[in-house]
Design a protein around this ligand. Sequence first.
Ligand code: ZN
Length: 167
Amino acid sequence: MPKNADEMLEAAASRPDELAAPGLSPRPRRKVAVLSCMDTRIDLFPMLGLERGDAHIIRNAGGLATDDALRSLSASQRLLGTEEVVVVMHEGCGLHGASEDDYRQMLAGDGILPTWRLGAFDDLEATLSHSLARLRAARELPHREHIRGFIFDPEDGSLREVEAPGA
Ligand SMILES: [Zn+2]
């Protein structure tokens, strides 16, 4: 019997004073949104020097610039005042080298034909560059001058920048 949800409620109930943010604005203080892979090893707040209230954090499998990531980034900029985007991908991603075809077949085996792709990729840098290019071309985002991409290596803790072609 899984009990994480119960333990989570207990954890929150044990420290409401720590969790409360009375008066803290929902508008990110540093006017930045971070799009990152959901990987368990990526701890964005210490990695990027962020505090609560500083940034929007959008996470998905891969840290890919999907339609839904774009929806969130658009809301972040147009409704909540962010002007910069940082995309974080990483070494050792579960989507790196995965098979789009095998995944589709797995779903098809359960009678499902999804409208979305898994997002499997073979080249980490090229995939990040492609995401940056998509965001830089997305007119949903009024602020596209400051869109940067980083790759984290969970093995050694390094974070490096990847530039989009022609940027
Ligand atoms: Zn990942």
